[in-house]
Design a binder for this molecule. Structure first.
Ligand SMILES: Cc1ncc(COP(=O)(O)O)c(C=O)c1O
Length: 475
């Protein structure tokens, strides 16, 4: 049994690097010797461990050596029964868990405000999703409260539902009573699949919200790269209990993951687990409190949102009084500070798991922006881009029907009443406003127009002018 203070995969890669063997195998950069000159300097050290599945380095898809040991340590640290490393982010974890659990044509309950990877998983699995909307919360100013009662409402209308897929926490770090939801779902025999992309650190301390595995959820996906120190794309998938087949999950992981996984990413997952296992609170929570107090004291032109036990303290959001969040984010960027995300109403800052030594300097940028805000012309109250979705709703066509329908492009305003052939997704946060297969409502078009005016970024081509819809018999 290896200790949590070891990092077996990382250690094996160090040994591999030190052996400095001649490479007559892939990758073609030959341990970094063959590489564009202008980038060689920066890539050099990383390319030395950008290896392939040679002796001693194990195989992600059939782990029996150091990857197995590293995944075992992650399993023990997070308290799951089986853990796998993911090299294509939570995106691949969400796809794999949905494909493993949801059979073609089966009914599945899905929290509506989910990341697009969940929506893509539903489409690939060919399920019949039933979308459940969270309730409005004054405290957050968003539809953020997902309740067991809402799940029950969905289940009562669709008692043949075979699984529940939720997002916990949301992008802002807000959680809800997942334990009650898991209890209800398990009582009905439904496994609960959790996209916990933003909560890899929750199990570290009681000051963070409860982590999904300890609520009894069956499969949990976490982006290690979002809130822990791992390389981008590094993520974990955990499984526990007997409701989900481990063989099916392993087999779907082979479908969605590369057969040549990146060893630097895998090693960073091993190291991130080691970091989390050894993490100490230090002065982190008092530092975060101070940050919030300081931000609050700079101006009455913004409000620093309150934080409760439902919120991740590493996320701080600022709501400006007289400008929209996108404008505030640009003002901060002009001062050299890059926030995580902006929406119509707020700007989200994400802190790391350690006291930031940069804060003493960076807070001046916030001070400067707050000074500029004092001189801002007062605008009418910002038009928030909020929209209520049905408590329990379905798509207006099955994925199979959508496969057969031709598509065409119309002006955005003319799309109202038609079936969307593409999801409309502002990014970040990557949560669709319009779902593919949903009949487009005027409120959705209005919301898109507001966001476009506020310079939000969309992952749709030409959304400023047009939208792709399905051609269907329309009366
Ligand atoms: C809630 C949520 N789930 C899943 C993802 C996808 O994660 P990844 O970037 O690790 O693939 C994101 C990305 O932003 C997300 O916000």
């Amino acid at each position: 049994m290896v200790d949590q203070n070891r990092a077996p995969l990382w250690e094996a890669l160090q040994r591999y690097k030190d052996l400095n063997r001649e490479s007559y195998h892939v990758p073609g950069h030959k341990n970094g010797r063959i590489f564009p000159k202008e980038a060689r300097e920066i890539f050099r050290e990383i390319l030395k461990i950008d290896a392939t599945e040679i002796d001693g380095l194990d195989d992600l898809h059939h782990p029996a050596g150091v990857i197995r040991a590293a995944e075992g340590l992650a399993r023990d640290h997070f308290g799951s029964e089986e853990t796998h490393f993911l090299v294509n982010g939570s995106t691949s974890g969400n796809l794999a868990m949905i494909l493993a659990v949801c059979r073609r044509g089966s009914r599945v309950l899905v929290q509506r405000n989910a990341h697009k990877s969940v929506m893509h998983g539903l489409e690939l699995a060919g399920v019949e999703p039933v979308f459940l909307s969270p309730e409005w919360e004054e405290e957050t100013g968003r539809f953020s409260d997902f309740t067991a009662q809402r799940v029950q409402e969905g289940y009562e209308q669709f008692p043949d539902a075979s699984a529940l897929i939720v997002t916990y926490p949301d992008y802002f770090g807000r959680t809800y009573d997942l334990e009650a939801i898991v209890r209800f779902a398990h009582d009905k025999g439904m496994p609960v699949l959790v996209d916990e992309a933003h909560g890899v650190h929750f199990s570290l301390h009681d000051n963070f919200p409860k982590d999904a595995l300890s609520t009894g959820a069956d499969v949990v996906v976490q982006s290690a790269h979002k809130m822990a120190p791992a390389m981008t794309m590094g993520a974990y998938i955990h499984i526990q209990g007997s409701l989900v087949s481990r063989e099916r999950l392993r087999s779907k992981l082979q479908v969605v993951q590369s057969s040549s996984p990146s060893y630097p990413i895998l090693a960073s997952l091993d190291l991130a687990r080691n970091y989390l296992a050894e993490w100490k609170e230090g002065n982190l929570f008092s530092f975060l409190k101070k940050v919030r107090e300081e931000l609050d004291s700079f101006t009455d032109q913004w409000e620093v949102s309150s934080r409760t036990e439902k919120d991740d303290l590493l996320k701080v959001s600022i709501r400006p009084a007289s400008i929209d969040g996108f404008t505030l984010a640009s003002m901060l960027e002009e001062q050299g500070v890059y926030p995580e995300m902006a929406t119509s109403k707020e700007v989200l800052l994400t802190f790391g798991l350690e006291v930031s030594e940069m804060w003493a300097k960076d807070k001046d940028a916030f001070k400067e922006v707050s000074r500029l805000l004092q001189n801002e012309e007062k605008h009418a109250k910002i038009k928030g881009a909020d929209i209520a979705f049905p408590a329990v709703g379905q798509l207006d066509a099955t994925y199979e029907e959508m496969e057969r329908m031709p598509t065409f492009v119309v002006d955005l305003e003319d799309a109202i009443g038609y079936l969307a052939a593409e999801a409309v997704i502002p990014y970040p946060p990557g949560i669709p406003i319009v779902l593919k297969g949903e009949r487009i409502r005027s409120e959705q078009v209005e919301m898109i127009s507001i966001l476009l005016k506020q310079q939000a970024t969309f992952q749709n081509e030409n959304i400023e002018t047009s939208l792709t819809i399905f051609e269907e018999a329309w009366s």
